[in-house]
Design a protein around this ligand. Structure first.
Ligand code: FES
Ligand SMILES: [Fe+2]
Length: 337
């Protein structure tokens, strides 16, 4: 399996929702690095999940007096990783600096916890609309998926699978609609716009898009974030910001934040409706990505051809690996979805 590109270690990646981190520390993987998260006296802590003393996993410990305690010999570490106690023997403050655990960058924002395993604490940025106070938001954490994060990203950018894998839910295999597609590539990101004058023929559009549809834009913010916006006749209907946090080359954790304009319906009702309609769609993608990974593994690696509808071609893989691409505006392409 191709290793994860090194740029992912310098990327801010969500690893947990705020509501899931309570008194107990939790173990996570981000870009191949084991992490422990905990709430300490001096804020949220994210450390490499390895006690510096004898390398016991810190995630097996617990928070005591505001610091994470390793269960092996009881050393305690602050949220910043400093060793604050070595039970049974006095800790010489002059030596404490050399006994610390390894912190990683951590930011808690809009209900999610993001880490960056290499580099400093700077450069944290989120796509537009996420957390915007004029809209309602809710997060949906999907647990751990078997698959390649890059394939999941391509799946979200690619509308052609929706007629097949999601037949009846998003679009339909046997009843297509003419739409136009455009691609806007910039050096560091890429977007696909679909223009249409009606909602899709699938069940989900019928139920959630009573106000019609004029188009949708799916924007890839490399390496691990996608934001899709559906535009109604008058305003935004729905915006989904999806993060695909790679744990290892063959598994990842998707996190999605759903943004809807305030006022259409109560936030709880929108959340319930979106979850009900999307649950089967998410399951369909999850199975497809698992099967795709299994096939890639059986043949010893991926081998893809670019079809006529693969407008983004190899550019997604290049952006994923931290490369730049040539700016271009392409289309409109006439397709049937
Ligand atoms: S291994 Fe953690 S305190 Fe000794
Ligand atoms: Fe899908």
């Amino acid at each position: 399996m191709t290793p994860l590109p090194p740029n992912l270690r310098e990327t801010w990646l969500p690893v947990a929702l705020s509501r899931h981190l309570r008194a107990r520390p939790i173990a996570r993987m981000a870009a191949g690095v084991p992490i422990v998260l905990f709430r300490g006296r001096d804020g949220i802590g994210a450390l490499r999940d390895r006690c510096p003393h004898r390398n016991h996993p810190l995630s097996r410990g617990r928070v005591r007096d505001g610091a994470l305690q390793c269960p092996y010999h009881g050393w305690r570490f602050s949220a910043g990783g400093a060793c604050v106690e070595t039970p049974g023997i006095a800790l010489d403050p002059a030596r404490a600096g050399a006994l610390g655990a390894e912190p990683v960058g951590v930011v808690e924002r809009h209900g999610a916890i993001f880490v960056r395993v290499a580099g400093d604490d700077g450069g944290f940025a989120l796509p537009p609309l996420l957390g915007d106070p004029d809209n309602d938001h809710f997060w949906w954490a999907q647990g751990r998926w078997r698959g390649r994060a890059l394939d999941a990203i391509e799946n979200v950018l690619d509308p052609f699978h929706t007629n097949f894998i999601h037949d009846g839910f998003i679009r339909r295999a046997e009843r297509r609609m003419p739409v136009t597609m455009r691609v806007d590539a910039r050096a560091h990101d890429i977007a696909v716009t679909i223009e249409q004058d009606r909602p899709d023929y699938g069940l989900m559009s019928r139920a959630l898009e009573s106000g019609g549809r004029t188009g949708s834009v799916t924007h890839y913010y490399p390496p691990a974030t996608i934001q899709a916006r559906w535009q109604g006749a008058e305003r935004l209907t729905l915006c989904v910001t999806a993060f695909f946090t790679p744990e290892a080359p063959d598994r990842f954790r998707p996190f999605a934040c759903f943004t809807t304009p305030k006022g259409l319906a109560p936030a709880w009702l929108k959340q319930a409706a979106i979850r009900a309609f999307l649950a089967p769609v998410v399951r369909q993608d999850r199975i497809a990505l698992e099967r795709q990974l299994a096939t890639i593994e059986r043949f010893g690696g991926p081998r893809f051809v670019q079809g006529p509808g693969d407008f983004l071609g190899p550019r997604v893989a290049r952006l994923w690996a931290g490369e730049t691409i040539a700016p271009a505006q392409e289309g409109p392409f006439a397709v049937e979805l």
